[in-house]
Structures are given as structure tokens and as C-alpha cells.
Design a binder for this molecule. Sequence first.
Ligand code: TYD
Length: 141
Amino acid sequence: MRNIEDMYRIIEFDELGDERGNLVVAEGESDLVPFLINRIFYIYGSDSQVVRGQHANKKTQFILINVSGTSKVKLDNGKETRIIELNKPKMGLFIDTMLWKDMYDFSPDSVLLVLASEHYDSEEYIRDYDKYIEMLKNEEV
Ligand code: TYD
């Protein structure tokens, strides 16, 4: 089983600001975004009571960015957990494959942008926590 510290990374994007405002660039296959971006989606209108995610992915790597507002992400590798607050448009959270994630505590103005390495395939989502733990034990991935 991998060390949880090797399975996520907080990214600080450059802020290309000038008197007209700020601009942040996320370019695929770069130092900060280690994969080709095949999909993006964004989540908004989730309130502070909602828990989203609750899955691990066999193939997809993600980068999460709260481009507006704030949210929290709980990461779990079956052995350890980490809680990360996403609270800056220039902050990204890289999440590797086979890391369980919950997103919660969304502020009313939260817009959570997600960059993903793969097209959507429901088959590669593990949504049953017990099954996830079982797969880790067998080190299938
Ligand atoms: P879900 O995975 O539950 O979202 P979250 O991880 O934020 O909790 O996805 C919600 C619905 O949207 C579900 O029916 C699957 C669908 N969906 C797609 O069709 N494509 C996608 O890229 C994503 C992320 C979800």
C-alpha cells in the first residue's frame, strides 16, 4: 500500500495578475498538471450539508480547484486520512488513482472545478468503501 503523502499534492498555480485582474493557467502535461486533461467538470450549488465524491478511481487522476468559494476534501487511502481545504483559485489539489475522496462543507459561492485525466467511465469508479478496502488488500491496482 502506498504512503498517502505520495498519493496527493497541493499545487500552487502562478497568478498572472495585473491591474486588470488575475489569471491562472492550468496546462496539461506540465510540471503542475502531470496528465493530459481529457475532461473537466465543475460542481456548484452543493451546500454545507452535502457530501459528494465518496469514491476512488482505478484509472483517473484529478486536480481540484475551488475557482470560487471554498470546500473541503477528505482523502483516505484505507490507512490514513488527510483533510484539505480548497480556498484559493490558484490552489490545486492533485489526487492520484486509488485514493478515496469525500468533498464537503461547500460554501454557498463554491464552484469546484475538476480536471481529469480520463474520459468518464462509470466502470472505473469504486463507490463501495468495503470493496475499495478489499481491492487495496489484494493490491489489484
Ligand atoms: P458523481 O460521480 O456522483 O459526482 P461527485 O463525484 O461530484 O459526487 O456524478 C454525478 C452524476 O454525474 C452521476 O450520474 C454520473 C454523472 N457524471 C458524468 O456523466 N460524467 C462525469 O464526468 C461525472 C464526474 C459525473
